[in-house]
Design a protein around this ligand. Structure first.
Ligand SMILES: [Zn+2]
Length: 359
């Protein structure tokens, strides 16, 4: 690609300093982002019924090799990982489609069918992800949906995987943390127009893709632009330690309100030894005050909840997966990962107060 707008020498120096300081030789994340691949949608593109593109992961094919001077090498590395798309096995009975939207959609196989965690932003991407899952794992009916929290990238595609009729008839149970509907409405209806517009800037969905344009948004590549829907939950989770059995699958919940979202929960699958960390432990540092205008996050509460997560499930969980990014495997590495994330938010809180008080 012609470099018509070369990065300044100052930026080139900063990029080199990052390359020297950060552990680019550690390729564990690359191994984990590829582990358990069962199949891909090729090309990884989804259109709506009118033929408009709502998702185009193939447009990030330029993310190969070392970072060019125009891109922060850490963002380049993260984007290369995040753009890795496909259907992956987390552990036997738990699968994820990644790289088909900003967020991940996960599939838990039950006795009669499959339970879906977080059906992406758009009905089109969610339906494409379910089709990819069924192509490799059989035509299982959807028996449950779990929303980890009240952000649109975790529920908007729900009508791409089930219908209001199936939920009303009791064929599909929909689980969410207490307060889910109130906060989903606050963000997506009351402040929805403004926040949607700001999110468009924040995630850069309209930018041209390339080393001098959109590279990735860190959390995911960008947001899909299809139809957003909502089906209200039929079973509210209200207490840490609450245990539910959905389609024969045992699930133990941990409430984590006022962390990454005002209504959020983590949960553990004891029969799979797998923990779903929602969006409270991912491979990134979240904004505490987001550009799009989400409710300000409380890093102190966030770190305390992750301490509780470690107390509840640390040492038991052999795998942790989340609604963004790739999983982490191995009981010790799971605790390491949760601890590092916990310390990250605690540090932001403690050092902000320390520096504030120092003036
Ligand atoms: Zn999210």
């Amino acid at each position: 690609m012609a470099n018509s707008n070369p990065a300044s020498s100052f930026i080139v120096e900063q990029q080199q300093a990052l390359r020297d300081r950060l552990p680019f030789s550690d390729t564990t994340d690359f191994d984990n982002a590829q582990r358990g691949l069962l199949g891909r949608l090729e090309p990884c593109q989804v259109d709506d019924a009118d033929g408009n593109s709502v998702w185009d992961n193939a447009s990030y094919a330029f993310l190969q090799g070392d970072a060019p001077d125009t891109v922060n090498p850490s963002l380049w590395r993260q984007s290369t990982l995040v753009a890795t798309d496909g259907l992956f096995e987390v552990v036997e009975g738990i699968y994820q489609v990644r790289g088909l939207d900003l967020s991940n959609i996960s599939f838990i196989e039950g006795e009669r069918g499959v339970i879906i965690i977080d059906p992406l932003i758009s009905t089109e991407t969610a339906a494409a992800a379910l089709a990819l899952y069924r192509e490799h794992r059989g035509d299982r009916p959807v028996t449950g949906v779990i929303y980890t929290h009240c952000h649109v990238d975790h529920f908007g595609g729900v009508k791409g995987v089930t219908t209001q009729e199936d939920v009303d008839a009791g064929r599909v149970v929909v689980l969410a943390p207490e307060g889910f509907v109130e906060h989903a409405v606050s963000e997506n209806v009351y402040a929805g127009t403004a926040m949607g517009r700001r999110a468009g800037y924040m995630y850069g969905a309209a930018l041209d893709r390339g080393p001098q344009g959109a590279v990735g948004a860190g959390l995911g590549q960008t947001t899909s632009t299809g139809a957003v829907t909502l089906i209200a939950p039929t079973l509210e989770i209200t207490k840490t330690g609450q245990e539910e059995v959905v389609d024969g699958v045992r699930i133990v919940f941990q409430m984590a309100p006022n962390t990454e979202a005002p209504a959020e929960m983590l949960f553990y699958f004891p029969d799979h030894k797998a923990l779903c960390a929602a969006e409270d432990a991912t491979h990134t540092l979240h904004n505490l005050l987001t550009l799009r205008g989400a409710v300000v996050r409380d890093p102190h509460a966030w770190s305390n909840y992750l301490t509780e997560t470690i107390d509840l499930f640390g040492g038991k969980a052999e795998a942790v997966f989340a609604s963004h990014h790739w999983p982490t495997w191995g009981a010790e590495r799971v605790v390491d990962f949760l601890t590092t994330q916990r310390d990250l938010y605690a540090y932001l809180h403690d050092q902000t107060l320390r520096m504030l008080n120092k003036g």
